[in-house]
Design a protein around this ligand. Structure first.
Ligand code: ZN
Length: 176
């Protein structure tokens, strides 16, 4: 396989790019070498320097992200979301001043994703007495509901209020 075929095949393996777009994108890269090399460098630097926050599991360049280390935020409330984009979206919209927890997916036993495959234990480890409420904002679908129910039933500190938002809230969906 020559290098161009390899590049196209590699691009096509990303869910965002079909085979047609991969071919178009590969030629675009070849026609814009400076941009392509700059992109390659940005990807490498991002992969080497962005890691999961030790507390909330969102991506961050430091061990603890800016939100978790912000003392002005309400540390008694944690909003548990499915993915990193949900955090970005909530922050863009504003109005929420508590902390977050990125679950990194939802429980989906049909697909072999149990509670240990997502960041639920990391959430439970954070409940050290300072947290009074966990708001679960997983999507209102079967997996989102199963995840919310699991958290509610297994939360180690039963004095913590567990609430569920999903339907009708401006969370999830595509970033605009
Ligand atoms: Zn964090």
């Amino acid at each position: 396989m020559d290098r161009l075929d390899k590049l196209i095949e590699n691009l096509a393996s990303f869910p965002q790019l079909g085979s047609k777009s991969s071919i178009r994108f590969a030629y675009y890269l070849l026609n814009h070498k400076d941009k392509a090399l700059s992109l390659a460098k940005d990807i490498e630097e991002a992969m080497n320097n962005i890691h999961r926050c030790n507390i909330c599991c969102n991506y961050s360049e430091s061990e603890v992200c800016d939100i978790c280390s912000d003392e002005d935020r309400d540390r008694s409330t944690i909003l548990a979301v499915e993915n990193e984009e949900n955090v970005l979206r909530m922050e863009k919209e504003g109005g929420y001043n508590g902390l977050y927890h990125v679950l990194g997916g939802t429980i989906n036993l049909m697909e072999g994703i149990g509670p240990d495959e997502i960041n639920i234990n990391e959430l439970f480890k954070r409940l050290d007495g300072s947290v009074k409420e966990v708001i679960i904002a997983t999507n209102p679908d079967v997996a989102g509901n199963a995840t919310a129910n699991y958290i509610k039933e297994n939360i180690p500190d039963k004095s913590i209020k567990v609430t569920r938002i999903g339907t009708g809230v401006p969370i999830g969906g595509d970033l605009s």
